[in-house]
Design a protein around this ligand. Structure first.
Ligand SMILES: [Zn+2]
Length: 379
């Protein structure tokens, strides 16, 4: 059977350019830099089976790109607004794409179990795919993780370890557990290069769904930023150019947007994340270079990194549900909230085509919906 390693030629360090064979490696052994999967050329169109093994896939990816009312962005916006609905993945978030690919490779490396540090969605994805593959999973989550996400992780039968403090502590704990048990680390920052690699498909899917036309903007809820990289690479692979990408963050945790606004090339870790958007509450403590890499891709695309307040995020979340029938968690709506701000600042123009990626389902975080008022009966 075809392996998920199909066209993989090796791993390349983004910092020092060192090259490694396609082995299980999380960081450059020479300089601790981020590793990127290199694939044989010429490849212009990827197939999901280039990344995910047949016995691992649960039908992730291939999510709909659909047009929604332009007024969702702004009443004066006259362009096209589309949503890439990643809530439709098997465990309800785009993390299924990374986990399916990283687990496929982990199985090829003979993994006896997996570990994932997660703010919730990646953990749910890892628990889901591990259950189907019949291998044990340990998920490390911050104590502040929404109950819905924790319940989902436990429902799939994974071992859940709640770790005090912010996401960085869970990240460190997952590394310890991998060493202790000899398990493969499926954490979905830039840590596992095989997971990140599969996100190329997101860019490719958007380009193909638009009939081979480059949109003006693609807005992406952003933590450390693998999804930014995936969209960037996917467009480069298939379109040979990249639309302007938006890294959408919450003002309560915006290390990349802060560096962008300050004209810096390097991202500094955030101090204390405080936001309703739990999926993008990673302060990047311990690996700020991941944010710096994402920032460089945003700049290369001619795009923007934007921080929005939580009330903008909540307004966007409610608008998506009520005007587009799309029920998402706060993190998922951050992409639209950021575009609303860019429009009001005159950066997004009247005739632009804007794509917002909606990353996670509303069932993930019911508490975020609990204070949303019901509409009265229309008179
Ligand atoms: Zn290196």
């Amino acid at each position: 059977m075809k392996t998920a390693a199909g066209s993989v030629t090796g791993l390349r360090c983004l910092a020092c350019n060192a090259f490694y064979p396609p082995e299980l490696l999380y960081r450059c052994t020479a300089c601790a830099g981020i590793l990127e999967v290199e694939r044989a050329k010429p490849f212009r169109r990827w197939d999901p089976s280039d990344f995910v093994r047949e016995e691992v896939t649960l039908g992730e990816g291939g999510t709909p790109l659909r047009q929604v009312p332009s007024s969702l962005l702004h009443p004066d916006f006259r362009g096209a607004l589309l949503v890439k609905d990643e809530t439709r993945n098997p465990s309800g978030s785009f993390k299924d794409r990374l986990v399916a690919a990283a687990l496929s490779r982990a199985i090829e490396f003979g993994a006896s179990g997996i570990v994932s540090a997660s703010s919730g969605n990646a953990g749910a994805a890892a628990a889901c795919y591990a259950a189907n593959a019949g291998i044990p999973a340990i998920i490390c989550c911050p104590e502040t993780t929404p109950h819905g996400k924790l319940a989902q992780i436990m429902a799939y039968g994974a071992t859940l370890e709640r770790v005090s403090g912010h996401y960085g502590n869970s990240f460190q704990r997952a590394m310890e557990l991998c060493d202790q048990h000899g398990y493969v680390n499926l954490t979905t920052t830039y840590l596992n290069p095989y997971g990140v690699d599969a996100l190329r498909l997101v860019g490719q899917e958007i380009f193909e769904a638009l009939g081979g036309i480059l949109p003006g903007w693609i807005s992406i809820p952003t933590s450390s930023g693998p999804l930014v990289k995936g969209v960037f690479q996917g467009f480069l692979d298939t379109a040979e150019q990249v639309p302007r990408l938006v890294a959408a963050q919450s003002e309560g945790c915006a290390p990349i947007a802060r560096a962008f606004a300050g004209g810096q090339d390097t991202v500094e870790p955030w101090e204390l994340p405080q936001t309703i958007a739990s999926g993008i509450s990673d302060p990047l403590q311990g690996y700020p270079e991941e944010g710096s890499h994402t920032l460089s891709l945003i700049r290369k695309s001619g795009g923007e990194a934007v921080a929005v307040p939580d009330n903008y995020i909540k307004d966007a979340m409610v608008a998506l549900a009520r005007k587009a029938g799309l029920f998402c968690e706060p993190t998922g709506a951050t992409s639209l909230a950021a575009c609303r701000r860019l429009f009001s600042e005159g950066k997004i123009g009247m005739p632009d085509t804007v794509v917002c990626i909606i990353t996670g389902h509303g069932f993930k975080d019911f508490s975020a919906w609990s204070d949303v008022e019901a509409h009265g009966i229309p008179s």
